[in-house]
Ligand binder design. Structure first.
Ligand SMILES: [Zn+2]
Length: 150
């Protein structure tokens, strides 16, 4: 619709039926409470659609330099693919000191414009029966020794 295509052209482009396209378009207009297609396109541009992505990386094998390299690789990918987007990264590394984590985050180029925000993992943890070290509640294997947790 944002390309100004007619229902017939949308149907051809998407490989769906003409009647299906018509139904979708009127359903979209209804849901957006838009009077017509141009209005719907204008509303959509105003709203944009934001998606929250949580990416969880768990590894027993990453040291400080590895983590730095991994975050830099993610940053490089962001910059080449979404240079205009604001992406927030949150890192939870219970075994790393705040000072080390700050070093890692400050070394990322280009820097994140909100600066490093360190969340120290606290409370809400269960002790590993094998090594005795604390683990987040949502893991089923010890993040320190790999033992199965209850
Ligand atoms: Zn353990």
């Amino acid at each position: 619709m944002s390309k100004g295509l007619s229902n017939k052209m949308i149907a051809i482009e998407l490989g769906i039926g003409y009647q299906t396209t018509k139904n979708y378009v009127s359903s979209i207009l209804g849901k957006m409470e838009a009077g017509n297609r141009a209005h719907a396109v204008a509303l959509a541009k105003e709203l944009e659609v934001n998606v929250k992505v949580n990416m969880s990386i768990k590894s027993l094998d990453l040291d400080k330099e590895d983590l730095r390299a991994l975050l830099q690789a993610i940053r490089d990918c962001e910059m080449s693919t979404f240079p205009e987007k604001k992406i927030y990264v949150s890192v939870e590394a219970p075994d790393m000191s705040s000072a080390d984590m700050t070093d890692v985050l400050k070394s990322i180029k280009p820097p994140y414009d909100y600066g490093p925000v360190i969340y120290k993992y606290k409370g809400k943890e269960k002790a590993c029966p094998t090594c005795g070290k604390p683990n987040p509640l949502d893991v089923s294997r010890c993040i320190h020794c790999g033992a199965t947790l209850r």
